[in-house]
Design a protein around this ligand. Structure first.
Ligand code: NOJ
Length: 719
């Protein structure tokens, strides 16, 4: 413990220490006075003195507001301990990057690191110290609205992206004035609610949790994330926010996390609803016992203030530990040296400050868009072609996605506007609404489109339909939009669908009706321009799917790295050929688009692959020399992907697991040699005793450009 922190702790009363453990929204600090308006009126027990001793504030940003609140607070706080300001800066602050699912689709950790770094820089100027990101929850059920905030269904991709995000937010020295502290969330397994229903029960074996869900949190913690946020859900039968096994045994003891644990919003109070505590006081005690440092908006720790004199020595010790961790975070962030660290009103308002950031946002969007169909090279379009841009998403700036903080939909360029800049002639009309259709509107769109060379259908969902609390039971593209596509199809022109979405959707009909399909996600502030650049061929599509797109809802959850079963369906086996295998009688097991899938405009082939040694020891690396050849007349990009499979394990093994990937450019008419290095340690699996280790035995490595079409080589791991 530093001198500063120990001296402060020695001076602090128990009430002041408890104060550090409380987080309030900005509403309590309105008008620069500790508020006497807003929620405080409803909480008679929260005295003004308590407000002047709380440790942190959430949801306020903007240099002027932060300065005003901090100044007023410091003038009233006995020991002049500055407030920490926290907010959900997820995929950008002023400059909005693609949603995290899109950043995952870039399959390029430098894209995630850059996006997070820029988000940090802009947030710091606005007075923030901590972001509630990255969300690294593994997701497999597109009914859950928050899949948009994750980087997808694969634990290795999620781990790589988690590390990159923490590095971007925090930098090498989080206390410099360009970086924020990151809170990895939601610990743990929040992305696996039953039936994809928000806030529902999560239940899985600890073996499975450790195999697939834990790695990304662990990666973020290894990257030195300074905070961890607990999740709303239960895990192993106990809500995360009071789960000692999760928060003490696994998080603190095993993963070695020494930072601050914060709850999700009101999560301590919700323990009462879970029925695992008697009342709010019991909830507070159980959360504290589990090692929760900050109570976000449940007022449960605030209840302790009145009872401080009655607290047992064991509880006082826990309060001391939490207060120490929070003060250490403030010290690390440089707040004692400068409570107004990084805050800069002039930068906030200066368009120059974000100009370069917008360039990066466009690059990120270009890397994240996924071309999933391109029949007879419909794309790229020639700039001389006349375009009709039709669809409910054509003329809207609603391309930012949930959590876009200061991003402004009103001033965000629409897809139609971006295409105007690129193509000679454009006509545009909505054709239908997101969920509405009328004959007149569609006829008008068809009339406009009848003179065009090509139709771009901008379809999908508004941002309000993905994100927190937006679980749905039907992941189809709305029937009204399918009806529009059918009408447009009657014009017999090339039809390109650009799909704006925060989650995998059922796109079978879109696929059948369209000549080309581009998944746009919510691509951010410069997303429309990125889409225009891909359609015109100025930029090569290089995003790959970070989640499986199912064929139908009944297959959900569908993910590529399923475990071996006792009755596998053989490759090429027709449905109906055998009854008693793992399959549906009314649907194939296959997805519409598999994990890792995406097309480019050039044609890159894997023309050679050799293994340096097929017999490896525990400390070795699996080394492959791979040759990629691009015979096409344009430079092309792809994502080379390597999966492994352990033939015999102590516990069942996934059919394949991503272990390495790299985005590469292969110049036209040329070959590129790439060396793949996979440390044998990365082949570790979780055993029955929950230990994680590598087994000796036979393995396969599978190499290709998506999770389905792969070249296989065998190798062995020896003692
Ligand atoms: C609830 C969300 O689950 C969490 O991700 C977010 O950080 C908090 N609200 C604070 O806004």
């Amino acid at each position: 413990m530093s001198n500063l922190v120990s001296e402060l702790l020695a001076k602090m009363t128990t009430e002041e220490k408890i104060g550090q453990l409380i987080q309030l929204t900005g509403d309590f600090f309105q008008d620069g006075k500790a508020a006497i308006t807003g929620p405080i009126n409803e909480l008679a027990h929260l005295k003004l003195q308590t407000v002047y001793s709380v440790g942190s504030v959430l949801g306020v940003s903007g240099a002027a507001d932060v300065r005003r609140i901090q100044e007023n607070y410091l003038a009233n706080n006995r020991l002049k301990i500055p407030l920490l300001f926290m907010a959900d800066v997820v995929h950008g602050y002023q400059t909005i990057f693609p949603i995290p699912l899109g950043l995952g689709a870039s399959f390029d950790p430098t894209v995630m690191e850059t996006a997070s770094g820029i988000a940090a820089k802009e947030s710091v100027a606005a007075g923030l110290h901590v972001t509630f990101a990255p969300m690294v929850d593994l997701v497999r059920d597109p009914r859950w609205g928050r899949v948009m905030e994750s980087t997808g269904e694969d634990s290795y991709l999620n781990s790589v992206m988690a590390q990159a995000a923490v590095k971007g937010f925090q930098g090498d020295s989080p206390w410099d004035e360009k970086h924020l502290a990151a809170s990895v969330k939601h610990f743990a397994a929040y992305g696996a609610p039953e039936a994809g229903r928000e806030y529902n029960t999560v239940d899985m074996s600890e073996w499975r949790f450790r195999e697939q869900y834990l790695p990304a949190y662990s990666a973020a913690i290894n990257a030195q994330a300074m905070l961890v946020m607990t999740s709303f859900n239960t895990l192993f039968g106990v809500p995360a926010t009071q789960n000692q096994h999760l928060l003490r045994d696994i998080l603190r003891d095993e993963l070695g996390f020494h930072g601050v644990v914060i709850t999700d919003w009101n999560a301590i109070e919700e323990l009462v609803h879970h029925g695992t505590v008697r009342d709010l006081k019991d909830a507070a005690q159980k959360a504290l016992a589990a090692g929760v440092d900050i109570d976000m908006m449940a007022f449960a720790y605030a209840e302790f203030l009145n009872k401080a004199v009655e607290l047992e020595p064991g509880v006082l010790k826990l309060i001391d530990e939490s207060a120490q961790r929070i003060l250490e975070l403030k010290e690390t962030m440089g707040l004692f040296a400068d409570p107004y660290r990084g805050l800069d009103e002039s930068k906030e308002k200066d368009p120059e400050f974000i100009r370069d950031n917008l360039v990066q946002a466009q690059k990120a969007a270009e890397e994240s868009l996924v071309l999933v169909k391109n029949h007879r090279r419909t794309l790229p379009l020639s700039q001389r072609q006349n375009l009709a841009v039709i669809g409910p998403v054509a003329q809207t700036g609603d391309l930012l996605g949930s959590w876009s903080w200061k991003g402004d939909v009103e001033t965000t360029q629409s897809i139609a506007d971006a295409l105007v800049d690129t193509f000679s002639e454009i006509v545009t009309a909505p054709g239908c609404g997101y969920h509405s259709f009328n004959k007149q509107q569609v006829e008008q769109a068809k009339l406009l489109a009848s003179d065009a060379d090509v139709i771009v259908a901008a379809i999908g969902l508004p941002s309000s339909e993905s994100g927190e609390a937006t679980s749905i039971t039907d992941i189809s593209i709305p029937a009204e939009q399918i009806a529009l596509l059918k009408e447009l199809k009657t014009l017999n022109k090339p039809l390109i669908s650009v799909v704006i979405t925060g989650r995998p959707l059922l796109l079978k009909e879109v696929h059948t009706l369209s000549d080309a399909v581009l998944i746009g996600w919510f691509p951010g502030s410069k997303g429309a321009q990125a889409i225009a650049n891909i359609l015109s061929g100025k930029v090569e599509p290089s995003g790959r799917l970070p989640m499986t797109f199912p064929l139908n809802l009944g297959q959900v959850p569908l993910y590529y790295n399923a475990y071996s079963t006792g009755r596998p369906i053989e490759v090429g086996q027709k449905n109906g050929e055998y009854k008693y295998v793992t399959k549906y009688v009314d649907s194939s097991n296959e997805p519409l688009y598999p994990f890792g899938f995406g097309l480019g405009y050039g044609k890159i082939l894997l023309t050679d692959m050799t293994m340096v040694s097929n017999s490896l020891k525990m400390n070795d690396q699996l080394i492959l020399d791979v040759t990629l050849t691009n015979d096409s007349p344009r430079d092309s990009k792809t994502v080379l992907q390597c999966y492994t499979h352990q033939k015999v394990g102590e516990t069942v093994r996934p059919l394949k697991e991503l272990k390495w990937f790299k985005k590469v450019t292969v110049e036209k008419q040329s070959s590129l040699k790439i060396q793949v290095n996979i440390p044998v340690a990365r082949l570790a699996s979780v055993h029955q005793d929950l230990s994680t280790k590598v087994d000796v035995g036979d393995y396969q490595v599978m190499v290709g450009f998506d999770s389905m079409n792969l070249k296989v080589l065998d190798f062995k791991v020896k003692e």
